[in-house]
Design a protein around this ligand. Structure first.
Ligand SMILES: *Cc1c(COP(=O)(O)O)cnc(C)c1O
Length: 822
């Protein structure tokens, strides 16, 4: 990581503003105030985003001890010993700093762009060169307008080579990344549909991406992508700097004329500079082959000998693109990041651990970090430093290097020679209430550790993709007026997708409120360490005590609930306890009605034990155009009722009426808060809006058995299916007790295996379902998609004669939830 004097940075950014302590050394850049970890030597860039302004966090950060800020406006308040670097545009300043560091401290740089494969190509080049060169690279996929500057900040004078990814989502962005990275060698992996919607056409997108290579001396690309090929040919990049490969065109500079796949390997042969070369790689899928050819040609152009390359290719390892979060026994959680064992990715995983651990104590299980060019003393003290910053006190080391260094680091509480020795001792360690991160090089086979610690269940899983929830949240945020708050609905186990995992994510991403249906759900969240305010929708008098004990905020919907709750508060001598008033404007569910408002005001005025936090109502048909007038009526009734209420209070309260469809359809009724539910989970009744959202959960079962049956035989209860001919069938691990309804029996539903749909036959059983797989080569253990990329929640809902809400919340608790964070 770069370490620069603050004054030096101020000079690069041409800031004239005097600094209180110009000589201090900056070790770390901070863009996201939530990631501040109480160190000084950090420089905060107060970036402005769609709906946040970094300058709003200066006060909070200052109080936590941070002193160094880059701002576009000096704060009006005086901050003693605060250092403020003043620039005209903070993002540009960050990029200028990065550009300076890159040009001054790094000789050679490979930049990679394209729609897919960027991270894999980068990681593979790293695996290939890492034992002979001192490399700096972007961690995970830090490839954006701010990710690239952060990656570049890692450059140190000792580095021989940088390998960086660059990604764009809009026109105009690549020029800026080019200025920062200024690559000599470039790889354009491919072009696909990602981010299409922000570009006029795919040609435009290709041309934009190509701007990364404006000043390139060696551009590697696959000319079989017509769009890339013609864009390169028409660009200003000199022909002698273009190095293309093809598996179709014998005239190509690098013609890959043969690919043969055997069990686990692929052999490739190519014509290169009047000769023939061959190479073997330990992968067989098309994407890996394409990625590997890019790497192969890149190595050749850098002057490496094919035999040298081959040795490295044998050792290529798969790259885990995402972190996996699972429940573990004894109230613990497990984050699996095996397959990645470098220090850069450790930091990304630790951030995720921070976000999810809450009150659990953090444990890292780490294998020896192989293939690093640093000496082990330095390497492990970098790890130790990271763990210190992330508050991880328990480090379990596995491997010979760990045995050697264990006495140098207090944090290493246990170390083992190898994974098997660890597994033999696993029960003697304490796994109660832990947040466990496991991270190990492939040969350590850490999947065995993950299997030993995770909660066991049958092979039916609901996969939940947390990054998609973040994207969906941001989509809805972009629809809100400034300062409108978000209450996220996490009732019913977050619409089926888990409770504290989603709540932790939302807390991290700073929603303002959470809402649950019942007190128990709120109590669970508090026990898991969630500290956001939580509103409880259905409060029974028997749970008033828990509400108060766990600092939850009840919805009050009747005089009876008001009196009852106040009585309990008074008994405990509580005052100003926050409550939420539910107003009924037409739904005719819980809530006070218009004519009750005067009496309500009267009652409240006599109750110092409570304070109204908000008043709200709920729309009955916000997603339905044909009831537009009804909804408008509800909104104006809410306006009237809340006006009456607000006029009588001498403090301000929040008002809210919109649910997800309401946010989309009634932008003028946002009041001061909205309640986001199904949209957060990626579902919208509008087809157009659905394109901007991604469902966060996918349901999978597995094939338990495959068998043949003869014509005339029956399948399942009630003999409702009779084979019309000889058939092959599969039994899959899912039934109505998992939420796969019995009404889906006998051809109603289809499932997806490998790349085809297969119909349900016979009646769906409690825990199993039979499907017809005649003419397929499906095997036991194959994965069965029930809901996911090929079967939408809408299709499933329609076949069950219901709505997506019911499908999602109907997936039973025994189905294991597995979380992914991309
Ligand atoms: C469930 C619920 C919501 C969220 O509705 P969505 O349609 O899922 O956005 C909002 N408000 C109340 C009172 C709810 O019960």
């Amino acid at each position: 990581m770069a370490s620069l004097k603050l004054q030096y940075i101020a000079n690069i950014l041409a800031s004239q503003n005097p600094l209180a302590t110009p000589e201090i050394i900056i070790h770390e850049l901070l863009l996201d105030s939530r990631k501040f970890n109480f160190q000084n030597q950090v420089l905060f860039f107060a970036l402005k985003g769609g709906n946040h302004n970094g300058e709003d966090y200066i006060e909070e950060l200052y109080h936590k001890g941070l002193r160094n800020f880059v701002v576009s406006k000096l704060p009006s308040k005086k901050y003693e010993d605060g250092n403020f670097i003043l620039v005209s545009d903070v993002k540009e300043a960050l990029q200028n700093l990065a550009s300076h560091i890159r040009n001054k401290f790094l000789a050679r740089l490979i930049a990679i762009t394209g729609s897919n494969g960027k991270t894999i190509v980068k990681e593979w080049l790293y695996q290939i060169f890492n034992s002979s060169l001192n490399i700096v690279k972007s961690p995970k996929s830090y490839n954006s307008q701010v990710g690239v500057p952060l990656s570049v900040w890692r450059i140190e004078t000792e580095n021989d080579l940088g390998i960086f990814e660059a990604g764009i989502s809009q026109p105009g962005e690549m020029e800026k990344l080019e200025k920062i990275l200024h690559p000599e060698i470039g790889i354009f992996t491919n072009i696909g549909s990602a981010h299409d919607k922000f570009f006029e056409s795919r040609e435009q997108k290709t041309n934009e991406k190509l701007k990364l290579f404006k000043n390139i001396s060696c551009l590697i690309y696959c000319e079989d992508y017509e769009l890339i090929n013609s864009a390169v040919r028409e660009s200003s990049i000199k022909t002698e700097n273009q190095f293309s490969w093809s598996s179709k065109n014998p005239e190509a500079y690098f013609y890959v004329f043969s690919k043969s796949v055997n069990k686990r390997q692929t052999n490739l042969s190519a014509n290169y500079k009047e000769g023939e070369l061959s190479i073997t790689l330990p992968f067989t899928d098309a994407a890996s082959i394409e990625n590997a050819i890019h790497c192969w040609l890149c190595c050749l152009e850098l002057g490496y000998d094919n035999l040298w390359i081959q040795e490295r290719f044998y050792l290529l390892q798969p790259v885990a693109m995402r972190l996996e979060l699972k429940g573990a026994d004894q109230n613990s959680i497990l984050i699996n990041d095996s397959y990645n064992s470098d220090v850069e990715s450790l930091e990304v995983a630790l951030d995720f651990l921070d976000q999810q651990a809450k009150s659990r104590s953090k444990v890292l299980i780490l294998s020896d970090i192989l293939q690093s060019s640093l000496g082990s003393a330095e390497l492990y003290s970098q790890v130790d430093d990271l763990l210190k910053r992330h508050g991880v006190e328990n480090w379990i080391g596995i491997g010979k290097e760990h045995l050697q260094v264990q006495n140098s680091f207090e944090r290493i509480k246990n170390s083992f020679k190898n994974t098997d020795e660890f597994l033999q001792n696993i029960t003697s360690l304490n796994w109660q209430n832990k947040a466990i991160l496991i991270k190990g090089a492939r040969e350590f086979q850490f999947e065995k550790i993950s299997q030993a610690l995770e909660t066991k269940s049958h092979e039916t899983v609901l996969e939940i993709h947390l990054s998609r929830a973040v994207d969906n949240l941001n989509y809805f945020r972009s629809k809100l007026m400034p300062n409108v708050k978000i209450m996220a609905m996490v009732k019913a186990f977050s619409y089926g997708s888990g409770s504290f995992e989603i709540a932790s994510l939302l807390e991290f991403h700073k929603v303002d409120y959470l809402a649950v249906a019942y007190t128990d759900e709120g109590v669970e969240l508090r026990k898991a360490g969630i500290s956001l305010p939580i509103m409880v929708l259905n409060v029974e008098s028997s749970s008033f005590a828990d509400i108060i004990d766990f600092n939850l905020e009840p919805e009050i919907f009747s005089f009876q609930s008001l009196e009852g709750f106040c009585a309990v508060l008074e008994g405990r001598e509580q005052s100003n306890y926050p409550i939420h008033l539910k107003l009924d404007t037409g739904m005719r569910r819980l809530g006070f009605q218009q004519e009750e408002i005067p009496q309500l005001i009267e009652s409240i005025s006599k109750k110092p034990s409570i304070k109204i936090a908000s008043a709200f109502s709920h729309l009955a048909a916000a997603g339905d155009d044909s009831h537009l007038n009804f909804t408008k009526g509800q909104i104006s009734e809410f306006q009237e009722m809340s006006n009456q209420l607000v006029a009588q209070l001498n403090y301000s309260i929040d008002l809210h009426i919109l649910n997800s469809s309401g946010i989309s359809n009634f932008p003028n009724a946002q009041f001061s808060m909205v309640r986001l539910g199904i949209g957060l989970y990626g579902i919208s009744p509008s087809t157009e809006e659905q394109n901007s959202l991604t469902p966060i959960s996918e349901l999978y079962a597995s094939v338990s058995q495959v068998k043949k049956i003869n014509k005339g035989e029956f399948v399942g209860y009630g003999l409702s299916y009779e084979a019309p001919s000889n058939r092959k069938i599969a039994i899959i691990s899912l039934g109505y007790a998992d939420g796969f309804r019995r009404s889906l029996s006998n051809g109603k539903a289809m499932v997806w295996i490998n790349s085809n749909y297969y119909p349900v036959i016979g009646k769906v059983c409690m825990d199993m379902t039979m499907i017809d797989i005649t003419d397929s080569d499906i095997k036991e253990g194959d994965r069965v998609e029930i809901m996911g990329p090929n079967i939408s929640v809408y299709e499933l809902a329609e076949k069950m004669n219901t709505i997506p809400y019911e499908v999602l919340t109907g997936i039973s608790q025994r189905v294991k939830r597995v979380y992914f964070f991309e």
